[in-house]
Design a protein around this ligand. Structure first.
Ligand SMILES: [Zn+2]
Length: 475
């Protein structure tokens, strides 16, 4: 059976299949999706108590993609609450995973020598614990091998090699985040990469980060959009002087204006990526900079607030995603919370996979007084990570309410003690601000709780409520 044969793919077999599928066009993509969906739903019904219950009223037997909308959507809080009913391997317990991720030395190591674990803030509600099986990892690597090349024209290869093919990943450190985990894992499993790939933490003070990047001179840079804005400022000011060949920006919305500025400042190709820790790589950019959905392995359904499908070319309120690769923790019609548009027309690059435009995250860059004179730039992903990784924090928002005041809205774990969690969060922020060179910044606990956008339920984590009068604010 095709589904059984496909149940143990390797990165190489996935890459080969992905290449054939893209060449085969829409009918082959639909056929792959159908076989994989049927197998996944059958597996989830038989091996996950959570899904068995969800689907108990559905007729047994064969399941077709046309029936997809009969399956109830699922949500992170309910799945997390029933973590052990959700997963399909009884050895994967919530306590076991929590103990594993509590140890940061485990970043890049496999749980039970078999599963890759990510933690995510996501942009709604509480963090998730995500477990990927070897099949899912093979798909992650295979799709990247087969379909990332589209963005790297062969003519750029000599320039990349001239810079030693050095890769800089500029992201948050200090947690089992997807990028940090996959990066550490690749260094562990492919030791030769240690010579050419380096992880830079945006939690380091900016001057230090700039100096490290100057020393490394990467050919390829991947980072968050907000970090990219700051790197552009540094390059334009002459403090940063790197000349990468390709920059990829992910995790947050990349504004076209920022993309253009980056292309001018660095004289290179700048591409956006759009992924979810629950489904990676959901999309990959093409040479025209459009994001193609990997619909042979992931089903993406844009829906409105009532859960009804939104037609192509129209903006959705949220999106339901189905990950056809991961069997240990099935993700079937899982609400991601992102607002997206799926293009009605095929991309001019010739790739038959549909393209998506995400609205993405819209956290803001904060600027606070520096010790002495001037200001310190605080990247949203960096400051958010400091609060998010505080034990006992469930949900939070960081607001800059005055030039030197940060107010924190906090929801804490009921068992953790609100006062104690706040004290820890406060101390961590205080120490973070000091290492960044900030001075005289007050960090206070807000009276109100975190407030999600009522329209799409998304929680912005970092907001500035000051009027945009700062002369140093970026355009
Ligand atoms: Zn394209």
């Amino acid at each position: 059976m095709a589904s059984r044969r496909a149940s143990k793919p390797t990165a190489a077999s996935v890459a080969w299949d992905a290449w054939l599928t893209t060449r085969g066009g829409a009918p082959i993509i639909a056929a792959r999706q159908a076989v994989r969906l049927e197998a996944l739903v059958a597996h989830a019904r038989s091996a996950s108590r959570f899904y068995a219950e969800q689907y108990r009223d559905l007729p047994a037997g064969c399941f077709k993609p046309a029936d997809l909308r009969r399956l109830p959507p699922v949500h992170k809080p309910a799945l997390m609450e029933r973590f052990e009913d959700w997963v399909t391997d009884p050895r994967v317990t919530r306590a076991g995973i929590e103990a594993f991720v509590a140890d940061l030395d485990n970043v890049g190591k496999d749980f039970l020598d078999q599963y890759v674990v990510f933690t995510t803030s996501g942009s709604t509600a509480e963090p998730a614990l995500l477990v990927q099986d070897p099949r899912s990892i093979a798909v992650m690597m295979g799709l990247a091998y087969a379909r990332s090349a589209g963005v790297l024209p062969l003519r750029l290869l000599p320039r990349i090699l001239a810079r030693g093919a050095r890769q800089a990943a500029v992201f948050a450190q200090g947690g089992h985040f997807l990028t940090a985990t996959m990066f550490a894992r690749q260094l562990r499993t492919q030791p030769y990469r240690r010579r050419i790939a380096r992880y830079f933490s945006i939690l380091d003070p900016l001057p230090q980060l700039v100096e490290q990047l100057n020393g490394f001179q990467p050919a390829l840079v991947s980072t968050y959009a907000s970090a990219l804005s700051v790197l552009i400022d540094e390059q334009e000011a002459g403090r940063l002087h790197i000349s990468p060949v390709v920059i990829s920006s992910g995790g947050e919305l990349l504004l076209p204006s920022v993309q253009r500025r980056a292309e001018e400042a660095f004289g290179c190709v700048v591409v956006e990526t759009y992924n979810a820790s629950e489904a990676t790589p959901l999309s990959l950019p093409c040479r025209l900079g459009r994001l193609h959905l990997n619909t042979d392995w992931f089903i993406v359904e844009p829906v409105d607030a009532a859960g009804d499908p939104v037609p192509t070319g129209h903006r959705s309120d949220t999106v339901l995603v189905t990950n056809l690769a991961n069997y240990v923790q099935p993700v079937i019609r899982y609400e991601l919370g992102d607002s997206v548009v799926i293009a009605a027309q095929p991309c001019a690059c010739g790739n038959p996979l549909p393209t998506i435009t995400p609205e993405g995250r819209t956290d803001e860059i904060l600027r606070v007084p520096r010790a002495g004179t001037g200001e310190v730039v605080l990247l949203p992903m960096a400051i958010a990570t400091v609060v998010e990784e505080t034990p006992g924090v469930l949900r939070y928002q960081i607001l800059q309410t005055a030039p030197a005041t940060l107010a924190i809205r906090l929801d804490t774990d009921p068992g953790a003690g609100r006062a104690r969690v706040w004290q820890r969060a406060h101390d961590r922020l205080d120490s973070f601000l000091r290492t960044q060179g900030a001075a005289g910044v007050t960090v206070e606990l807000a009276d109100e709780r975190p407030q999600a956008n009522p329209r799409n339920g998304k929680l912005r984590h970092v907001l500035c409520t000051l009027p945009p009068t700062s002369p140093a604010a970026s355009p």
